[in-house]
Every structure is written in structure tokens, then in C-alpha cells.
Write a protein of this length. Structure first.
Length: 251
């Protein structure tokens, strides 16, 4: 590690990744925002899924002040975060064949909907099969992943494929394999992961594009307001009544 405090170096690394994503993924971000806007305009529903820490980015766009009210979390018990005990169970479940099919079969997702799947490595059975199964149902799939993993690691799915191979659109987070940005001679392992910072920013850029695209078409984006500002609860109540048949986190 060169000059600068570890905090400075982490911020530099994160800012560099954000700048790369901003420049190199601009076209894909526009396309993803357009796909979600098309889905909303056509009466479809929006879902987001991620396993482990990738779920943080999925949760960040669900029931969010300033976010689209129609984005729903497609939750898989045991893999939504680190709340399962032991935490290692979540990692094990990501490798279980057939789990994605069971989730999709019992979820409200249907033809004409859109699903955002977040998986940093994209190599485990769960995100691969989730993408395969969703597309088989006629669902549009946006994958958010680090494409580097497909070049530098092997798939853990029987097909030998990665999440990126089963998506209508792919957003590349540019995160290096291992998800740790810093090294220090006195520390035996790399440290300071940046995938959450980058992936959440990437998805919020897509959400912003979706909202603006809808507005450009003369459609009021179904946005939520903070419940901590005056009138926020009333605003949200109206949006949820209007779009109640497409919002599943209230039921």
C-alpha cells in the first residue's frame, strides 16, 4: 500500500470503481433503466434478489424513500443476509441445486415482470438457476455481477455457466475477484471490500434512469417519500393504494 491512510486509500479505490462504472456501464445503465420503465408502463412488476451481502443492494432499492414503490424483494429464506445462524449456512444454500426453482414456483413473479439478480461472483447455483428459471417464465432478467469472476474462477453450477450467461442485460460492477481493495505488508490477507458501495450506487443509477424515463413518457413514476417528512405517509399511502396489486412487501 502506498502513501495515504487506509481510509484515504479505500475512498480512492471506491471512487475509482464508481468512476469506471459511471463511464464504462453508462449504456447498460440506460438500457436497464429503460427495461424497468417499459415493464412498469406495461403493467408488470419489479423484483430484486441477492444472496448474502449481495442482498444488501437488493434491499436498498425496496421500500426506499426516493425509490420506486414497485420494487419488491424476492427473498430466499436463509440467504437474505447474515441473520441466519450459523452465517455460513447462507453460503452453503447458495450452492444448493433446485432452491431457485422452489422459490420461483412459490413467488408471485410472472410473465411480463422484471427481476434484478445481484451476485458478485455469479458462479453459484442459486443465482444461475434463478436467472434461468425466471427467463423460462417470460421474466426479463437484469444481472448485476463482476464479470471478472467468469474469467478467473470456475462455475459451481452443473452447466459450467455464470449468472451473466442467462440475463437480458448485464451490469458489470468491475469488482476484482476476492472483493478486497487494500493490502498491507503487516496484514496477511487483502481487506476493505467495496462491492456494496459500488453495487448499490450502480442500482440507484438504474432506478434514477427508470424514474426519469417514465416521466419523459408522461407517466408519473410511482416513487416513495420519506415517512420522516411532513406529508410523507399520506403520499406513500396514495401510491400504495394506486399500485397495491404490484406491491408485495405490504401483504
Amino acid at each position: 500500500m502506498s502513501d495515504g491512510t487506509p481510509a484515504d486509500l479505500f475512498f480512492d479505490a471506491a471512487i475509482n470503481l464508481l468512476q469506471r462504472v459511471r463511464e464504462e456501464e453508462a449504456e447498460s445503465i440506460r438500457a436497464a433503466g429503460t427495461l424497468l420503465a417499459d415493464t412498469v408502463a406495461a403493467g408488470g412488476r419489479l423484483f430484486a434478489f441477492g444472496a448474502g451481502h449481495s442482498s444488501l443492494a437488493a434491499q436498498d432499492v425496496v421500500y426506499r424513500a426516493g425509490g420506486l414503490a414497485l420494487m419488491n424483494l424476492l427473498a430466499v429464506p436463509g440467504v437474505v443476509g447474515v441473520d441466519v445462524t450459523p452465517a455460513t449456512l447462507g453460503s452453503a444454500l447458495e450452492r444448493v441445486d433446485g432452491l431457485a426453482s422452489a422459490v420461483l414456483d412459490t413467488s408471485p413473479i410472472r410473465t411480463g415482470d422484471a427481476l434484478v439478480i445481484i451476485s458478485l461472483s455469479g458462479r453459484n447455483a442459486l443465482p444461475v438457476e434463478m436467472a434461468q428459471g425466471a427467463r423460462a417464465l417470460g421474466v426479463k432478467v437484469i444481472g448485476v455481477t463482476s464479470v471478472a469472476y467468469a474469467a478467473e474462477t470456475s462455475s459451481r453450477h452443473a452447466s459450467g455457466t455464470f449468472l451473466k450467461d442467462h440475463c437480458d442485460l448485464v451490469l458489470d460492477s468491475k469488482i476484482a475477484v476476492g472483493d478486497a481493495e487494500l493490502t498491507l505488508d503487516t496484514i496477511p490477507a487483502p481487506f476493505a471490500p467495496a462491492s456494496t458501495v459500488v453495487t448499490t450506487a450502480l442500482l440507484q443509477a438504474v432506478m434514477a434512469t427508470t424514474a426519469a424515463t417514465l416521466a419523459d413518457r408522461g407517466i408519473e413514476p410511482p416513487l416513495l417519500r420519506s415517512g420522516n417528512v411532513d406529508g410523507g405517509h399520506e403520499w406513500n399511502g396514495r401510491v400504495m393504494r394506486e399500485y397495491g396489486d404490484r406491491i408485495f412487501y405490504r401483504h
